[in-house]
Design a protein around this ligand. Structure first.
Ligand code: KIV
Ligand code: ZN
Length: 522
């Protein structure tokens, strides 16, 4: 049996479906490109039948990504498979992933069918998907709670129908490692055609066992692990990619298995996903938590000074975390910025040096010293802003009397070429600024969550504000980053307003196309 484990990333499907505010097509593409650099073998990037937005993002990613195989999800229904095949058809090579539930609970309560009927649907779906590609994956949803005889029958029939990858999900994160390993072992012992497919696992983390279950499964012969960056996903999430990759790399002595993951991309990809998805990483999270390589007690620090391997089983550098924070000032030239970006693993296609350098100079004027993490934050913000933003915040002036709980804000906003100035009072500087922006833009939104965090270290940190706002039943995620937290708060609101504006334009455009069609036009 091969010692290569395929990494199937589902951050943009299972991970994305669990977010409060969905990602834009541009954000999904940014993540897909980072996953490609990270070296994932397969990336599942959406569920095209679910919405026109999902269809568009799958298609855009399929058109762009060349070094990882792009995959889309479909239920065991022809219309789902058609949508997946159509969205993926722009790719050189692609995978269709089709699934149906197999556990008694799901078959009886959710599907309201007999197991034999479900088996027939699964076989039909795999055969139908094979019309579009040889690379068909079939998943037995809730396999972890499926009676083993039924699971063996289903796996054999799906392979017979043409599935080249069979996925065994522990959909509700119910099994424990010995039990899950036993399921995989039984499949290898009892399914006669099992050698004609790659066995994959997809474990959820409801009991915190997703990574342990996946490792147990590869020890029993599974050769694909489905996982997500930072373990994001439904409920408690999925198996975390960075943990799997580093377990297989660090304990190769015992496991003897390999992946194609370029570990040095882990830190950067993890931060990007956390930022764009507005999903903070707990400080003590394995591999990518802020404390994962921090040594607090005197005894540990003493040990580390004597030899790094006293308290570290892997180095921060191995996941691309650079402990040397070189500082730059407004006297640093463009070549210094370019060089630092190269050292941090960014290529020139990842950002615009002109825009980054302009933003760097402005920040250096305000802050004095600029650090690596500031540059990364600026690149991230550059990725989010668009040249055609409808609203631009030109000026914000705030006066605040904290003892009285009173503040006044004046804002100047440019909206599509027209400049508007408005003032408002509030119970604090952010409240006043938000009211003034609402007046100046003529738009008001419901803020559902507001989060302020430090981006960087100590007093030098920038303030980052993440807000989620609701507008016409949809959630939008806005981000602002500045040396001043009120300015960061205002920028986050303006970001949300631009997202809403763009969503309205898309809706208008679609409505016009629909009207034209109804009138018999092209
Ligand atoms: O958890 C699950 O079972 C899934 C399937 C669609 C693979 O996400
Ligand atoms: Zn799942």
């Amino acid at each position: 049996m091969s010692d290569r484990v395929f990494i199937f990333d589902t951050t943009l499907r299972d991970g994305e479906q669990a977010l409060a505010a969905s990602l834009t097509v541009k954000e999904k593409l940014q993540i897909a490109m980072a996953l490609e650099r990270l070296g994932v073998d397969i990336m599942e990037v959406g569920f095209p039948v679910s919405s026109p937005g999902d269809f568009e993002s799958v298609q855009t990613i399929a058109r762009t990504i060349k070094n990882s195989r792009v995959c889309a999800l479909s239920r065991a229904l022809e219309k789902d498979i058609d949508a997946a095949a159509q969205a993926l058809s722009v790719a050189d090579q692609f995978r269709i992933h089709t699934f149906i539930s197999t556990s008694n609970i799901h078959v009886q309560s959710k599907l309201k069918r007999s197991f034999d009927q479900v088996l027939e649907m699964a076989v039909g779906a795999v055969k139908y998907a094979r019309r579009f590609t040889d690379d068909v994956e079939f998943s037995c949803e809730d396999a972890g709670r499926t009676p083993i005889d039924n699971l063996c029958r289903m796996v054999e029939a799906a392979i017979e129908a043409g599935a080249r990858t069979i996925n065994i999900p522990d959909t509700v994160g119910y099994t424990i490692p010995s039990e899950f390993g036993g399921i995989i072992q039984t499949l290898f012992n009892r399914v006669p055609n099992i050698d004609q497919a790659v066995i994959s696992v997809h474990c959820h983390d409801d009991l915190g066992l997703s990574v342990a279950n996946s490792i147990m499964a590869v020890q029993q012969g599974a050769r694909q692990i489905e996982c997500t960056i930072n373990g994001i996903g439904e409920r408690a999430g999925n198996c975390s990619l960075e943990e799997i990759a580093m377990i297989l790399a660090t304990r190769k002595d015992i496991l003897g298995l390999e992946t194609g993951i370029k570990a040095q991309e882990i830190h950067r990809t993890s931060s990007m996903v956390s930022q764009l998805c507005n999903m903070p990483i707990q400080a003590n999270k394995a591999i990518v938590g802020a404390n994962a390589f921090t040594h607090s007690s005197g005894i540990h620090q003493d040990g580390m000074l004597k030899a790094q391997n006293t308290y570290e089983i892997m180095t921060p550098e191995s996941i691309g975390l650079n402990r040397n924070h070189l500082n730059m000032t407004s006297r640093s030239g463009r070549h210094v910025i370019k060089h630092r970006m190269e050292q941090m693993g960014y290529s020139e296609q990842d950002y615009s040096l002109d825009q980054l350098y302009d933003a760097f100079l402005k920040l250096a004027d305000k802050k004095g010293q600029v650090f690596d993490y500031d540059l990364e934050a600026l690149v991230y913000m550059e990725g989010r802003a668009a040249a055609d933003d409808h609203f631009q915040l030109q000026q914000l002036v705030v006066q605040s009397d904290s003892t009285e709980g009173m503040a006044t804000a004046t804002v100047r906003i440019e909206a599509a070429g027209e400049v508007v100035t408005e003032a408002a009072t509030g119970n604090g500087p952010v409240d006043a600024a938000y009211k003034a922006i609402a007046r100046a833009s003529g738009q008001s939104v419901d803020i559902c969550s507001y989060k302020l965090s430090a981006k960087g270290e100590g007093q030098n940190a920038l303030g980052q504000v993440d807000i989620t706002a609701q507008y016409q039943g949809r959630n939008f995620h806005g981000v602002g980053l500045a040396t001043d937290v009120v300015e960061a708060s205002a920028a986050a609101l303006v970001h949300v307003m631009n997202l809403i504006q763009r969503a309205d334009q898309v809706a208008d455009h679609k409505q016009k196309i629909q009207q034209r069609k109804e009138l018999g036009g092209v």
